[in-house]
Write a protein that binds this ligand. Structure first.
Ligand code: GH3
Ligand code: MG
Ligand code: MG
Length: 377
């Protein structure tokens, strides 16, 4: 499947599942983290079998008085290790080698393991702490936390495997401790996130508030330019319900509110899960579509939206909207107010053209071809 096709796939409207209540983002995230820990621990424990064999050997050899004497000397120099190897003649060469190496590096390994664990945990905690600073954590928090946790686990695994010093039981316990710490920390962060979520959500429609989407776009401009992903295009769509005042006047303000709510839900279903739908104010809505593969994809998204819009109605009341589309590149470095103003200009053109249509903003300076297109239905 080409990139363009897969991008289009992700634009398919999602089926609304009204039968079961939606799980909260927090619950999904915590479950996910728990799962990552649990499955990874299982794999790692299996990998610890070698260390366990060595430990058993060490324990059984340790019961002999001669070996206890050797073990008492924590420095365990090579000669002593060789003596130990000579003593354990019945054991296979490979195991003896591992055992020798283990005695040689014992003290140093313990110290290094402990330090590595401390560093990994600190790093993981920092990552978890950082995720609330990103403007749209619903999308980015999961991979970020997964990355952080994997970083701890890889570190632990590497250290433990290299040094062969940690017993599986201790290892498991240690991971449990790390998990508990991360989960506890995350719960606090998620609580803060929930508060922020409420702050940036419009109470009538449950859509994003204007300020939040502006923040996201500003963030993406910086992130994309910083990441060098300059050539991806994005789009900003401004929508305005047609003759909405008439709906209020004819059916009452409450029905007007219901139209706003249902239009918001309709928009969320029409656009991709990575897009941001906002109530820009009154009966104006905005959609920010980040990272679109190319113009064709955008055209398809807009056309599909126009088609679905033909069937949109609330309690038998036909509702239409007009829209303006502003395509931009992250490298263009425009301000969000320029982008939204220009989308607004295109919207105005659509209104003038007779409403119930969408217009693309034409930018002569833009490097994007064919910016001027209209979609009428
Ligand atoms: P046009 O096609 O040119 O956009 O006409 P319009 O009637 O939609 O535009 P106009 O700006 O004249 O009217 C917008 C109306 O939207 C006026 C205002 O009372 C109404 N409105 C704004 N916010 C709300 C709200 O939260 N609830 C309801 N029910 N109406 C709202
Ligand atoms: Mg308006
Ligand atoms: Mg209007």
């Amino acid at each position: 499947m080409s990139e363009a096709e897969s991008d289009l796939d992700s634009t398919q409207p999602q089926e609304a599942d009204v039968s079961k209540p939606e799980k909260s983002f927090e619950a999904i995230l915590l479950e996910e983290v728990s799962l990552i820990f649990d499955t990874t621990v299982k794999t790692l424990i299996a990998k610890q079998e070698r260390a366990e064999i060595i430990q058993q050997l060490k324990d059984s050899l340790g019961e002999k008085p001669e070996v206890q004497e050797l073990l008492a000397n924590q420095k365990g120099d090579l000669a002593q290790a060789k003596a130990l190897v000579a003593y354990a003649k019945t054991i296979s060469d490979e195991k003896i080698q591992a055992l020798t190496a283990q005695y040689e590096s014992q003290n140093e390994a313990y110290r290094k393991t402990r330090n590595a664990v401390r560093i990994s945990v600190a790093r993981a905690f920092t990552s978890v702490v950082d995720f609330e600073k990103i403007p749209y954590p619903e999308i980015n928090a999961k991979p970020l936390i997964t990355e952080a946790i994997n970083a701890i686990l890889v570190d632990l695994e590497t250290t433990v495997r290299q040094k062969g010093e940690m017993q599986p039981k201790n290892f498991q316990f240690m991971i449990e401790m790390v998990k508990k710490g991360v989960m506890r920390d995350m719960k606090t962060k998620l609580e803060n996130l929930r508060l922020k979520r409420r702050e940036v959500t419009d109470s009538l429609t449950n859509l994003n508030k204007r300020a939040f989407v502006e923040e996201v776009i500003r963030h993406d401009f910086e992130a994309e330019v910083a990441r060098g992903d300059k050539n991806k295009i994005a789009a900003f769509i401004m929508l305005d319900l047609d003759h909405f005042k008439r709906i209020n006047d004819t059916y009452g303000h409450q029905i007007g509110d219901k139209v706003l709510i249902e239009f918001g839900e309709f928009l969320k279903k029409q656009f991709r899960s990575v897009d941001f739908v906002a109530r820009w104010g009154g009966e104006e809505f905005a959609i920010y579509l980040p990272k679109i593969a190319d113009r064709n994809i955008l055209t398809k998204i807009v056309k599909r939206f126009r088609k679905a819009m033909q069937d949109f109605q609330v309690d038998g009341i036909k509702v239409t909207c007009s829209g303006g589309v502003r395509v931009f590149k992250y490298s263009d470095k425009q301000s969000i107010s320029t982008i939204s103003n220009e989308a607004d200009k295109a919207l105005y053109t659509a209104k003038e053209g007779g409403r119930n249509q969408m217009t693309f903003y034409y930018t002569p300076r833009s490097t994007i071809d064919n910016d001027e297109e209209a979609f009428e239905s």
